[in-house]
Design a protein around this ligand. Structure first.
Ligand SMILES: [Zn+2]
Length: 282
């Protein structure tokens, strides 16, 4: 499942159409991506609507349309294999293009061959008002992080970081990167953590992920009509002094001390850490 920087990159792929009017909507009504809002309802709502704005929050995407006085927020989840593409206006649909929004100048495409992703309309014009603050939000203060730790004192560091209600959009590789930067074993019990260090390193890794993945890949796609998919189309990644480049395969080494990385399942996810740089759990 894509993490926050890949989701933000996906948001930017559709951004060139902002300000345009949807001339036609094409769907595959029977696919599972419409399990929350029937495809026909999305077609009826968005045809002739104007694309006003877009937002990302953690792993979520929101595309805001307007028709007459009505605000129409379309939320998209990429799931496991979902991808967004910016295509030419006469784009010929691929087999798994479940949603195509045709504009005068271009077409926006949501493709998802495994159909774990979804697209649905909100009735509330401001549906994200209650979401928890993201890591780079100014409400993500030290007091806020202390509150998160107090709420879950007996879980592991890795499980806490993967909790989307605490750290929206942070997934597996980012969680490992944060534990490594904190110098703590991923199974460290949260009650022993320093909130300031947790806040500092989550913010550092989030800023870096956005810079190396969203900023550096934007406009770098060889063929924009191929769009974005998690992993496959991200050509540029964090540098070799991050854990990122070393954690994927067995035999990877710590970029700081060159020790071979340890691996195990922690918080149900494959986890890599450096046995030298990251103190064992107490
Ligand atoms: Zn090390």
């Amino acid at each position: 499942m894509p993490e926050l920087a890949e989701v933000e990159l996906a948001r930017r792929i559709w951004a060139p159409a902002i300000g345009g009017k949807v001339a036609a909507v094409e769907t595959h009504p029977k696919t599972r991506v419409y399990r929350d809002t029937p495809a026909r309802a999305i077609e009826a709502a968005l045809t002739n609507a104007t694309f006003r704005d877009s937002h990302s929050h953690g792993k979520r995407l929101l595309f805001v349309f307007r028709k007459d006085e009505e605000i129409l927020p379309l939320e998209v989840h990429l799931g496991m294999s979902g991808r967004l593409a910016l295509a030419l206006q006469d784009h010929v649909p691929h087999k798994h293009d479940h949603l195509i929004l045709r504009f005068k100048e271009c077409a926006l495409v949501f493709n998802d061959y495994r159909q774990f992703g979804r697209a649905h309309l909100h009735e509330d014009p401001n549906p994200w008002a209650e979401l928890p603050p993201e890591v780079l939000d100014r409400r993500f203060t030290l007091a806020h992080v202390q509150g998160l730790l107090a709420r879950r004192p007996r879980t592991t560091l890795k499980a806490l970081i993967l909790d989307q209600s605490c750290f929206p959009g942070i997934g597996n590789w980012m969680a490992d990167e944060i534990c490594w930067r904190m110098g703590l074993h991923p199974a460290t019990v949260t009650g022993e953590l320093d909130a300031a260090s947790l806040r500092k390193e989550t913010q550092f890794v989030t800023r870096g992920a956005l810079k190396y993945i969203a900023d550096k890949n934007e406009g770098q796609l060889k063929d924009p009509s191929e769009g974005f998919s998690a992993g496959g189309y991200v050509a540029r990644v964090p540098p070799s002094n991050w854990l990122f480049q070393h954690r994927w395969k067995k035999g990877g080494h710590c970029p700081h001390c060159q020790s071979e990385l340890d691996r195990a399942t922690i918080a149900t996810r494959t986890t890599a850490w450096c046995p030298q740089c990251q103190k064992a759990k107490a």
